[in-house]
Design a protein around this ligand. Structure first.
Ligand SMILES: Nc1ncnc2c1ncn2[C@@H]1O[C@H](COP(=O)(O)OP(=O)(O)O)[C@@H](O)[C@H]1O
Ligand SMILES: [Mg+2]
Length: 394
């Protein structure tokens, strides 16, 4: 990835000296404001050339972390390395790092061309045409070079902000909720485009967002942040399929977490009791520390069947449909279980079978492999108080 950059664009990234390139390493970073800890003992490595997302609810410390990487804040404790260079106390302009913010921050009195050329000219580079035109082509807006920022749409301005950062050939590009001001449809389009541009130029992108779908669409690796700490880090699929904490299970997508006990073992599986009914789940997906667990199953992994129809895999009986929401591509059911918990079930509308009705007595089943287990002393609601989409209005 990123190593097969087309010839014309290779130059864009070739200029940064090797001493200041390489992986970005944050080592035991803490940032306090008075007696408030915004970032707590955070360590992570961001591989060179990767698209890395820092995902978490508002106030969890994402921007603070980014500002320390950019040099706009100094860590209270800890160090930051880029490759073999310690940049912890370097001034922002001494770091080969650029930041793209949500509000673009283009210069209103300059043309688009001059906005992009600004950083190059400030570094004393006289012949800027080739570089500026190259990045204008990269963001597919060469025809707007002579316009002023106010003559561009929000999405176009955001692409220019990106071009202006990329033209400086930073070793690292930081993006702080860069798509937050765009409407949903344009945001989805820009997510795909950003990912494409990152692959083209091969720069390391560190993207901050509270939008889990955005992080999953774009990032190679996601670090889920909560209250100044990293809860879990991994590929989007890893985090989704095998969350280690209730916060991750609930913040990244939705989860059904059912209280249970490990009763025994059967080959590679654990035998688990859920309110008197036995299920199986893979040992390797258990993050429990003792026999008390929450069994986790994603809503789309459940199947619903009427009592009396054959089912396979894990089975939970005694359900009753409490609510049916038809969403077009899927139907979402709330199923009340005998122990008083409502489970969420998403069924794709692909088989033409009439959806179940409110009041139907049903059985829920799923493949044992789709089960994960969390510690039984977790707060099963962690990460649900914050509904990511609600924050879009902030
Ligand atoms: N300069 C500051 N002084 C005091 N508290 C701050 C300062 N900057 C950030 N904070 C606090 O640190 C926490 C993390 O903030 P921030 O990193 O901006 O969160 P995020 O970007 O994840 O929404 C918040 O509670 C915020 O109020
Ligand atoms: Mg922020």
């Amino acid at each position: 990835m990123g190593r097969s950059v087309p010839e014309g664009r290779r130059q864009l990234v070739a200029d940064v000296s090797s001493a200041t390139r390489g992986d970005l390493r944050l080592t035991r970073i803490t940032k306090t404001y008075g007696d408030f800890t915004a970032v707590n003992d955070l360590s992570l490595t961001i591989p060179e050339g990767s698209f890395f997302a820092l995902l978490g609810p508002s106030g969890c410390g994402k921007t603070t972390t980014l500002r320390m990487i950019a040099g706009l804040e100094e860590p209270t404790v800890g160090s930051i390395h880029l490759g073999s260079t310690d940049i912890t106390t370097k001034r922002p302009y001494q770091r080969p790092i650029n930041t793209v913010f949500q509000n673009y921050a283009l210069f209103p009195h300059l043309t688009i061309f001059e906005n992009i050329a600004f950083g190059l000219r400030r570094r004393g580079i006289k012949d800027v045409d080739a570089d500026v035109n190259k990045v204008l082509e990269l963001v597919e807006l060469p025809h707007l070079a002579q316009r002023k920022p106010t003559q561009l749409s929000g999405g176009q301005q955001q692409r220019i902000a990106l071009a202006r950062a990329i033209v400086n050939r930073p070793a690292l590009l930081l993006l702080d909720e860069p798509l937050g001001a765009l409407d949903l449809k344009l945001r989805r389009q820009m997510q795909i485009e950003l990912k494409w541009i990152q692959r083209e130029v091969g720069l390391t992108f560190v993207h901050v967002t509270h939008d889990q779908e955005e992080a999953m669409t774009m990032a190679d690796t996601i670090a889920v942040m909560n209250e100044g700490e990293i809860e879990q880090m991994g590929s989007p699929a890893d985090l989704y399929d095998n969350p280690e904490t209730a916060f991750v299970a609930n913040f990244l997508g939705q989860s059904n977490l059912i209280k249970g006990r490990i009763e025994g073992s059967d080959g590679d599986n654990l035998v688990v009791d859920l309110f008197g009914q036995k299920i199986a789940m893979p040992k390797k997906r258990s993050h429990a520390v003792d026999n008390s667990i929450y069994a986790g199953i994603r809503p789309e992994k459940f199947r619903i069947s009427l009592v009396g129809t054959p089912t396979r895999g894990n089975i939970l009986t005694g359900g009753r449909i409490e609510d049916v929401s038809y969403i077009g591509v899927s139907t979402q059911y709330q199923v009340l279980m005998p122990w008083g918990q409502e489970l969420m079930v998403f069924e794709q509308n692909d088989d033409g079978v009439a959806p179940f009705d409110k009041g139907d007595e049903v059985v829920i089943s799923w493949e044992p492999n789709f089960t994960f287990a969390l510690r039984g002393d977790e707060d099963a609601d962690a990460g649900t108080e914050v509904i990511p989409e609600d924050l879009d209005e902030e």
